[in-house]
Design a protein around this ligand. Structure first.
Ligand SMILES: [Cu+2]
Length: 97
């Protein structure tokens, strides 16, 4: 019960921008192993406009969460290229919960 209350309170206290989180899925070419996954994830999560990056080697995709409208997709694409991979397609997913 206390945990439930704490959850409600923390949701209430979140800055309004957080509610506008967006998710994008990027199809990536060039990932072959766990080191690729790790390197790409680190590069993306260094960006201030990415709150999390989940890389799937099997699906050759990365799902990124951004804090809102501030995401610079062109710069994110360039980050992927600089990390040594090829971003093939960026698709916006439904708003993150
Ligand atoms: Cu690799």
């Amino acid at each position: 019960m206390n945990r439930f209350l704490a959850m409600i309170i923390s949701f209430t206290l979140l800055p309004t921008g957080t509610a506008l989180a967006e998710q994008y899925e990027i199809v990536i070419h060039g990932m072959t192993c766990a080191f690729c996954v790790d390197g790409l994830q680190r590069s993306l999560e260094k960006r201030p406009d990415i709150t999390s990056a989940e890389v799937s080697l099997r699906h050759r995709k990365v799902r990124i969460t951004t804090p809102g409208e501030s995401a610079d997709l062109e710069a994110i694409r360039q980050t992927v290229i600089d990390a040594g991979f090829t971003p093939v397609n960026i698709e916006r997913l439904a708003d993150a919960p």
